[in-house]
Design a protein around this ligand. Structure first.
Ligand code: FAD
Length: 455
C-alpha cells in the first residue's frame, strides 16, 4: 500500500494510505489461492465471501465485487481502512504460511473506493407503515437503519451530537478515515429515506419511553456505544492539561479545535505529550498530538508491545512518524507545575508476572523504579464503558455488572419489549465490524418481530 512520506504526514491530517493502483489490485487479487475451504471467511466476523469478491476483482468485474462485499458488510470503505485484518481474515489466509497474506483489507478498500466513483442509484423504498427509531448514529445504528430502510420501514435516527457517525466521526482521525467517506455512506442512507435528527439525547431531551408511547415507534434499536472514559484515579489527574482520549480527539476531530479561534473549541497541546494506553484510541491520540504540533509524543503502557491491542498498521505508522514508546511503564502521579497545569508524569517501571483473567501477563511493579517524564499534556486512553444515562432513565432495561446492555446475541433483543440493542453498548468497547454486524442482525430480528405481530 503506497503511503505518504512519514516526516511529511506526521505534520498533516491527510490520509496516510493512498490506496492500491489498478495494477497493484489486479496483482494482489491474482495471489488469492481460491481455497476450497476458505479459512479467511471464518476469520471475518461478518463472513464476507472473500474469495468471491477477490475473484471478481481479478476478473475486472468491479460492480459484482462491490455487490458481493456489500451483501455481507454494509460499510466496506470504512472497514477496509480500520478493521484489524491481521488478526481476522488475513491471519487465516493460506498464503500467510510462507508469504505475506493476500491484502484482503486493502482490496476491500479498493473495491469500495471504486464504488464511490459510481452514480448513486438508491431510492426510498417505503413499503411498511411501522416506524422505527434508532438511538445513536455510530456504525451499529447506521447499519441497522440502512438495513431497515432497505426492508421498507420508515426509520429515524436520534443522535446526541451535532453530526452523525459516532466514533467514526469524533474518534478516528481524518488521516486514517477521511470524513468524506463517512459522509458518502450517510448520504446514501438519507437517499434511502432514513431521517437523521441530531442534537437529541435520549434519556434527556426525550426518554426512550417517549419514543414508543408519545411518538408511536413500533420498535427501537439502541446503538449508543461505549463513550464514557475510564480514569486512572491517581493524584494530579484533575490538573489542567490532562485529557481523556475521547475528549482530546472530539475537540480536534469533531469540534475542529485545530482551527481555533475560527472554531469555538480550543485545545492546548504542549511540546511533550504522553498518551497512556496502547490500543487504537491511544495510537490515534498520540499521532494526532504530533500533527497538532507536539515536538515529542509518547506512548506510556504498563505492559509490553506483545500485549498491545492497536492494529499492527497503526503501530508501524506511529513508529515511522517518530512516536516514542515507554513499555512496561505505569503512571503513578501527574505532577503540578505549581499553577495547576501539568509539568510531568511520575511513572513506575513494571515487569510481567503470571497471566491474569484476560490471559495476558499481569504487570507487576518493580520496587524503587520511579522516574519522571517531563510532559505538558497527559492523554488517557485506558478504555471506555457505556454511558449510563439511558439505562438510568429507562425502566426495565437490564445491564451487566460492567454497565453493558443485556441483549440476545442472535437478535439483539433486550429485556424490554421491542427494544433491541447492539454494538459497543452491548459488548463494551470493541470494533466497527462487530458493531455493524450487530446492527444488521438486529434489523432482521426487528423485521421478523414486526412481521409476526401482523399475523
Ligand atoms: P459509537 O461509534 O460509539 O456510536 C454511538 C453513537 O451514539 C454516538 O454518535 C453517540 O453520540 C450516540 N449516543 C450515545 N448516547 C446517546 C443518547 N443517549 N442519545 C442519542 N445518541 C446517543 N474499531 C476498529 O474496528 N478499528 C479501529 O481502527 C478503531 N479505532 C478506534 C479509534 C478510536 C479513537 C475509538 C474511540 C474507537 C476505535 N475503534 C476502532 C472502535 C470502534 O470505533 C467502535 O467499536 C465502534 O464505533 C462502535 O460502534 P457503535 O455504533 O456501537 O458506537
Amino acid at each position: 500500500m503506497p503511503v505518504q512520506d512519514a516526516q511529511a504526514r506526521a505534520r498533516n491530517f491527510l490520509e496516510v494510505n493512498s490506496g492500491y493502483t489498478n495494477a497493484r489490485a489486479a496483482f494482489e487479487a491474482e495471489r488469492c489461492l481460491r481455497c476450497q475451504h476458505p479459512l479467511c471467511v471464518d476469520g471475518c466476523p461478518v463472513r464476507i465471501p472473500i474469495p468471491d469478491f477477490i475473484h471478481a476483482v481479478a476478473a475486472g468485474h468491479m460492480a459484482s465485487a462491490a455487490d458481493i462485499l456489500r451483501s455481507a458488510n454494509p460499510l466496506p470503505a470504512i472497514c477496509g481502512r480500520v478493521c484489524p485484518q491481521e488478526s481476522q481474515c488475513e491471519a487465516e489466509c493460506s498464503m500467510g504460511g510462507r508469504f505475506n497474506p493476500v491484502g484482503i483489507g486493502h482490496l476491500e478498500r479498493f473495491v469500495a473506493d471504486w464504488e464511490r466513483t459510481q452514480p448513486v442509484t438508491v431510492q426510498p423504498a417505503l413499503t411498511k407503515s411501522q416506524k422505527i427509531a434508532i438511538i445513536g448514529a455510530g456504525p451499529s445504528g447506521l447499519v441497522c437503519a440502512g438495513e431497515l430502510a432497505r426492508l421498507g420501514y420508515p426509520v429515524t435516527i436520534y443522535e446526541a451530537l451535532h453530526a452523525p457517525g459516532g466514533v467514526l466521526r469524533y474518534g478516528i482521525p481524518e488521516f486514517r478515515l477521511p470524513k468524506a467517506i463517512l459522509d458518502w455512506e450517510i448520504d446514501l442512507l438519507r437517499a434511502m429515506g432514513v431521517e437523521i435528527v441530531c442534537n437529541v439525547i435520549i434519556g434527556k431531551t426525550l426518554t426512550l419511553d417517549d419514543l414508543t408511547n408519545r411518538l408511536g415507534y413500533a420498535a427501537i434499536f439502541i446503538g449508543t456505544g461505549a463513550g464514557l472514559p475510564q480514569f486512572l484515579n491517581i493524584p494530579g489527574e484533575n490538573l489542567n492539561g490532562v485529557y481523556s482520549a475521547n475528549e482530546f480527539l472530539t475537540r480536534i476531530n469533531l469540534m475542529r479545535a485545530y482551527d481555533f479561534p475560527n472554531a469555538d473549541t480550543p485545545v492546548r497541546v504542549g511540546k511533550r505529550v504522553a498518551v497512556v494506553g496502547a490500543g487504537n484510541t491511544a495510537m490515534d491520540a498520540v499521532r494526532t498530538a504530533l500533527r497538532m504540533g507536539a515536538d515529542e509524543a509518547m506512548i506510556v503502557y504498563r505492559r509490553s508491545d506483545e500485549e498491545m491491542s492497536a492494529r499492527a498498521e497503526e503501530y508501524e505508522h506511529a513508529i515511522e512518524e517518530g512516536v516514542q514508546f515507554h513499555w512496561l511503564t505505569s503512571p503513578v502521579e501527574v505532577i503540578d507545575d505549581g499553577s495547576g497545569w501539568v509539568a510531568g508524569l511520575r511513572c513506575q517501571q513494571m515487569r510481567l508476572g503470571e497471566p491474569d483473567a484476560t490471559g495476558r501477563r499481569r504487570p507487576v511493579p518493580v520496587p524503587d523504579s520511579d522516574f519522571v517524564l517531563a510532559v505538558d499534556n497527559v492523554v488517557l486512553a485506558i478504555g471506555t464503558t457505556p454511558n449510563p444515562l439511558l439505562t438510568r432513565t429507562t425502566s426495565g432495561l437490564a445491564t451487566t455488572t460492567r454497565g453493558c446492555l443485556l441483549a440476545d446475541e442472535a437478535t439483539g433483543l433486550t429485556s424490554k419489549t421491542m427494544v433491541f440493542a447492539g454494538g459497543d453498548a452491548v459488548t463494551g468497547a470493541a470494533t466497527v465490524i462487530l458493531a455493524a454486524g450487530a446492527g444488521k442482525r438486529a434489523a432482521r430480528a426487528i423485521d421478523a418481530a414486526l412481521a409476526a405481530q401482523l399475523l
